[in-house]
Write a protein that binds this ligand. Sequence first.
Ligand code: FBP
Length: 552
Amino acid sequence: MTISPLQKARYEYEPKLPGMLRSGIDTIAVKEGAPTQSVADQEAIKALFPNTYGKNEITFVQGESSAKPEKQTVGVILSGGQAPGGHNVISGLYDALKAANPENVLIGFKNGPSGLIEDDFVVFDDDYINAYRNTGGFDIIGSGRTKLETEEQFKVAAEVAKKHGINAIVIIGGDDSNTNAAVLAEYFAANNAGVQVIGAPKTIDGDLKNDDIEISFGFDTATKTYSELVGNIERDANSAKKYWHFIKVMGRSASHVALETALETQPNVCLISEEVAEKKMSLKDLTNYIADSVEKRANNGDNFGVVIIPEGVVEFIPEFSALIAEINELLAGAKADAFNELPTWKEKVEFIKNGLSKEAWEVFEILPENIQQQLFLERDPHGNVQVSLIESEKLFSALVANELKKRAEAGTYKGKFNPLHHFFGYEGRCAFPSNFDADYCYSLGYNAVLLILNGYTGYLSKISNLSKPASEWVAGGMPITKMMNIERRHGEDKPVIKKALVELEGKPFKFFEANRDKWAEETCFLYPGAIQYYGPEEVCDLTTKTLKLEQE
Ligand code: FBP
């Protein structure tokens, strides 16, 4: 296989472990902390997790090890969307298992949770692991979005585990996957299956975080990748001085990715979905907000700029989410067939007009036709509009263009407006992990083995103090039930890990808020450049501005 010079060089990179994990597995002891409670709905969560609820938080310290001496056979699964660093979680797991006992075995289940159910696996060895160290992607075993949630699946998982002699499963995933890890841990404990379950916090979206999880892995590398690209576009905009760039960035629901990218690059405008919802901002409000920046800059002779739009924003605009809800209702079940059979878009529009409320129709009517059509395109398996397929970058630039036309006719705007559109998402999910993600992920994997060797189950591998150098990081574990509450999902009350949205009172948003008016009018662009893997620590090992501000 031909590999790039960087890939070859990255194979040699030695990820940094927290100082306390560096002196050998047999010198690490457990320090038990306080018993835990779920963040809300304590009684209900306790009743659902009688065997795994309320356990102590723990940290690892230097001391006499009480790790199990028996041979370990561990299974690992990658779950959900790719995030840079997944390969290092697996190499950390492998190295720690082999350091504890060369006879230990690591089995990778292929293509996500379905690999466990279908018993589709690979047994790792040195050559296999070495080909993936410090590389991006999840292609080492593949990933998938199958959910492990039914009792039937759990039974099969127990059988597969028994067949291989597996005593622990590590699930590398986001909030949903780790919720399911907790449910699986409870099932195994209740049925004395002899299988522990440990989670590792993954997602570029950055919405799996709380008092215990400072950052999900992949967020650092993905936002650095987007920030490099946005910075390059800013510099191009500032050179040519003729385009307004509308850039949509990934992040299904929360706007952490958009906010971090804005903190890194200081664009003219960045929308934050959580603020849009909190202030009940309408499409018109948002259009005016962007158009004001365009107009002010035009008055300064600057007919160029950069706007960042979070992928999920349309769902947070109250009038737009009401429209989507009505459309979902309008096309529910067999009604979709009647709609699809109409031969022309004109007839379809008539059908829509008759089916929507007056308010929803007024919102629909002002949308550009391509966006109107996207609302009726692909539906997800539940029959809902897939909001991530809506080209919101084009939606906003079209609405701003209309608004500027009106302002030009009224004589208040005299500039030129040439928009260009971009979507940055998939290109950030499999980049070579930054040194931070390479170190963090390797540590998460290594630490997961310590949790296994010390007999824990239903825990998330936890590495904290992350804005400090790795030597000062703290390793330990937190019961997953501590992060759970009860939420209504698909008409049922379910125990789930609480999703972390951008906090409008948090320091990252406050910093952005304090500076954005200046950025909107002046050219304050920041050019972070490409991720640096080699060179001075203050450049190469830097983590995100979000984390830095949160921990100041
Ligand atoms: P996870 O939550 O599984 O980590 O995935 C996040 C994400 O990358 C979102 O940012 C994005 O909306 C979605 O996955 C895209 O999903 P898909 O890969 O199925 O197109």
